[in-house]
Write a protein that binds this ligand. Structure first.
Ligand code: F6P
Length: 541
């Protein structure tokens, strides 16, 4: 039996439309409409989205918008902003938007305005950051802090690392920043290899303060520090701060809750880079830079909340993803920033998009009969061009691309920027229009070589163009994808804010640890493959 979604007239209309236009070539679409490159664009919050190189006609978007309206998208957007418990399986509100609401705004959760609390934490973070950045916060031996090590994983790592890299240009250069996430000891060992413990501040970032990787790394960090201060536990207060929703566990770990920066269960881990989890970002760029970033987030939030659906950047990007995923059968999207500072943006987006929308049941627990959760991946340009772009251009799969570029470089040297931008424009042009056999032959190519040199084209892309990378722009970009993820989840009727799929592996690992460490041969009750792998590991370790 079909789901309500796939049985809906709006879905059916899109299926019919797909059958009609699936073979249309972008070459044709551009030839038929000389204004296409202006028509299929939207500009908002300083971001220019050109979606003209997508496999859509003038009818496609209205049909996708009908689908969006049929699931009451506008109401669902409001429901998120006003703090409804839209994370149904965890019974929580989803209010990352409140983290960037202005001081005088009001967002009510369980009868209470949360905005004053948000700003109280931001103020506490700012005061702390000023002391560290200004050298007034001293380590245990009286030396100033020079090195910041963020220990966290998933949302407590990917956002901070990505934001640090993205905003490095604006960072205080006499502080060094390091990020330890993996439970593989190499991550910790290499991060601290050149650091002086007396000048090092650890930020233990964990929403739950129970995550095994983070707790293991935090314990190791504590031993590393204590070894340098002759075991004097008083040093902990000067070298450790915590970012968490769990005050009890923070103090059980030995971190004074005075040195804890709080956030709330209505902030999802992967939506938390603008909460206290962003402390390393604020240390790097300063309180003003961090506020600029929040302003950027807020501007895009307002756009998402108020712009008509047909001019709404996150809505358009989400609907195009639905179009490819559910009608063209596309499985992946490449995110390709032509901005070196965004080198970790694709990795960040992987958690945001895939932990959010990798779900096989609807909010009502029914198995879906359509694909959800596109696979996101990518690398900065132009590096990717010399690696995997071959497959995007001439492979057998359709891979829509999001190109992200800025008009101005933060490092204006020679003509690097023009070369960079020429490349991003050339890529989307080549992908869309390709090169026909006639064109290849006309260049004098021998017949046998012609097929190898043909580019079929008709490979879709979005181009997002901004003026220049900045804290504000980073906030806008992240909010753009956050909201696009939400819109997709609304259409798919799934919960974008839980992550039950990561639990089973965690539980099984906890069972296996004692079996690996047991002195005597353990009584292994797994399948034959797991049992044998455990035996071999025990022999080799
Ligand atoms: O991977 C599962 C997850 O719960 C993520 O959602 C989260 O960002 C990450 O682990 C880290 O969790 P915590 O911040 O609680 O340590």
């Amino acid at each position: 039996m079909s789901s309500a979604l796939t049985a809906s007239p709006q879905w059916q209309a899109l299926s019919d439309h797909y059958a009609q236009i699936k073979d249309l070539h972008l070459r044709q679409l551009f030839a038929d409409d000389p204004q296409r490159g202006q028509r299929f664009t939207v500009e908002a919050a300083g971001l220019y989205l050109d979606y003209s190189k997508n496999r859509i006609t003038a009818e496609t978007l209205p049909l996708l918008l009908d689908l969006a309206r049929s699931v009451n998208l506008q109401d669902r957007i409001e429901a998120m902003f006003r703090g409804d418990k839209i994370n149904l399986t965890e019974g929580r509100a989803v209010l990352h938007t409140a983290l960037r609401a202005p001081r005088d705004a009001s967002v009510i959760v369980d009868g209470e305005n949360v905005v004053p609390e948000v700003h109280a934490v931001l103020d506490k973070m700012a005061a702390f950051c000023q002391r560290v950045r200004g050298g007034q916060w001293k380590g245990h031996s009286g030396k100033r802090i020079r090195n910041i090590v963020n220990i966290g994983i998933g949302g407590s790592d990917l956002g901070p690392v990505m934001a640090y890299e993205a905003l490095r240009h604006f960072s205080q250069r006499d502080l060094t920043f390091h990020f330890v996430s993996n439970v593989d000891a190499t991550d910790f060992a290499e991060a601290v290899a050149d650091l002086d413990p007396h000048e090092t501040l650890f930020i233990v970032a964990s929403k739950t303060f129970t995550t095994i990787e983070t707790m293991t790394n935090a314990d190791t960090a504590r031993q590393w520090l204590l070894a340098a201060v002759e075991g004097d536990e008083a040093a902990i207060a000067k070298h450790f701060v915590a970012l968490s929703t769990n005050a009890e566990k923070v103090s059980a770990f030995g971190i004074d809750t005075e040195n804890m920066f709080e956030f709330w269960d209505w902030v999802g881990g992967r939506y938390s880079m603008d909460s206290a989890i962003g402390l390393s970002t604020m240390l790097a760029v300063g309180p003003d830079g961090f506020r600029d970033m929040l302003d950027g987030f807020h501007e895009l939030d307002q756009h998402f909340r108020t712009a008509p659906l047909e001019q709404n950047l996150p809505v358009l990007m989400a609907l195009l993803s639905i179009w490819y995923s559910n009608f063209f059968g596309v499985e992946t999207t490449a995110v390709l920033p032509y901005e070196q500072y965004l080198s970790r943006f694709p990795a960040y987006l992987q958690q945001l998009t895939m932990e959010s929308n990798g779900k096989y049941v609807t909010v009502d627990g029914e198995q879906v009969d359509y694909e959800t959760g596109l696979i996101y991946w990518g690398e900065p340009g132009t590096n990717g061009q010399h690696s995997f772009y071959q497959l995007i251009h001439q492979g057998t799969r359709l891979i829509p691309c999001d190109f992200i570029a800025f008009a101005k470089s933060l490092n204006l040297i020679g003509d690097h920027q023009d070369i960079l931008i020429a490349n991003v424009l050339a890529q989307s042009e080549a992908l869309a229009f390709g090169k026909t056999a006639e064109e290849v032959r006309a260049e004098g190519t021998e017949d046998w070589l012609v097929p190898h040199r043909v580019f079929q084209g008709n490979r879709p892309s979005n181009t997002i163009l901004g003026e220049q990378m900045s804290p504000q722009v980073l906030g806008k970009l992240v909010a753009l994808y956050e909201h696009s993820v939400y819109v997709q989840s609304v259409i798919w009727n799934i919960d974008a804010f839980d992550q039950w799929g990561v639990e089973l592996g965690k539980v099984l690992a906890k069972n296996i640890i004692p079996e690996l460490e047991a002195v005597n041969e353990p009584d292994l009750q797994h399948d034959s493959s797991t049992n044998e792998l455990i035996r071999r590991y025990r022999q080799m370790r």
